[in-house]
Design a protein around this ligand. Structure first.
Ligand SMILES: CC(C)C(=O)/C=C/C(C(=O)O)=C(/O)C(=O)O
Ligand SMILES: [Fe+2]
Length: 289
């Protein structure tokens, strides 16, 4: 079992780096935390959502190119994790010096989950907490979770809980909401015909930030695709909206924590009442019945 600590970053390719960075800054309220590369070979922009070095990366490249990077729990050796994955038949790529520099990490390994989602495991790298101030008036308290596409959620749940250390908090139909710490979920696996990141969540402080964001997005012509609403599963109030290259972003507030070691996942039917207890209906393909 490979013990995960937290998600460190999501990396997304884009053909419109300036547009994606502008969106991250002006709409999401993220702060630019530096750039690397050059116009000839491709640029990478690091974006900050909290006191961490960065949590979102946009780079020149194919918009279908998505990667999620996880910190390993302290004491878990990268080599041991690589050996375990290879023993189980998952090919592993060890990051070159140039690739490490691009990710601002000391060392990492890369592999794919059974659906083909590209995952990176990072050697624990101490990060100095740097002050973070949102770049627009929203109390963005930080990046929190991803929805991943899964071509077979039952198979992928077995991988994420059996090979990696995720635990099932709840299921909606076949879609598991998985935790790797006390937070209700950091990963959700949603049925899809192909792999990739399906949505990216940032936490905001309160319902005021959700509702103010709803009006803010409408005024700027950003399409809301679900909400405002409240998830019966995690209890979080939410707003999902469209980002660059069709990515869905989510703000949520009030996600529950699971600290009871005897917690048993609840099974919710895959229907709108399980998605929102206020009656909002999603306009998101993966959440349609
Ligand atoms: C609309 C989906 C199926 C849903 O209900 C997701 C639930 C939650 C939650 O309980 O907080 C999410 O945040 C999510 O993974 O989007
Ligand atoms: Fe979510």
């Amino acid at each position: 079992m490979i013990d995960l600590h937290d998600i460190r970053y999501v990396r997304l390719g884009t053909r419109d780096l300036d547009g994606a960075v502008r969106y991250a800054h002006d709409i999401l309220g993220l702060a630019e935390g530096g750039r690397s590369g050059n116009a000839k070979n491709g640029q990478t922009v690091y974006l900050r959502s909290d006191t961490r070095d960065h949590t979102l990366v946009y780079h020149d490249g194919d918009p279908r190119d998505h990667t999620v990077g996880f910190d390993l729990r302290e004491g878990v050796a990268l080599d041991a994790a690589a050996a375990e994955l290879e023993r189980l038949g998952h090919p592993v790529h060890r990051g070159s010096d140039a690739e490490c520099a691009q990710r601002r990490v000391d060392a990492f390994i890369q592999f794919r989950d059974p659906s083909g989602n590209r995952i990176e495991l990072l050697a624990p790298t101490p990060q100095a907490g740097r002050p973070f101030a949102p770049t627009r008036p929203v109390a963005n308290t930080g990046f929190s979770h991803v929805g991943l596409r899964s071509t077979d959620p039952v198979r992928d749940e077995a991988f994420w809980t059996g090979v990696l250390s995720a635990k099932v908090s709840d299921r909606i139909g076949a879609a598991p909401l998985l935790r790797i710490d006390a937070v209700h979920h950091k990963i959700a696996l949603f049925p899809s015909a192909f792999a990739g990141v399906q949505h990216i969540n940032h936490q905001v402080a309160s319902i005021d930030d959700i509702m103010q964001s709803w009006y803010f997005l409408q005024e700027r012509g950003v399409r809301t695709v679900f909400g405002p609403g409240r998830h019966p599963t995690s209890g979080a109030m939410f707003l999902y909206f469209e980002g660059p290259d069709g990515m869905v972003y989510e703000y949520s507030s009030g996600v529950s924590q699971i600290t009871d070691p005897a917690h048993r996942p609840r099974q919710f039917p895959f229907e709108p009442a399980s998605f929102c207890m206020w009656g909002a209906r999603p306009d998101i393909p993966e959440f349609r019945r």
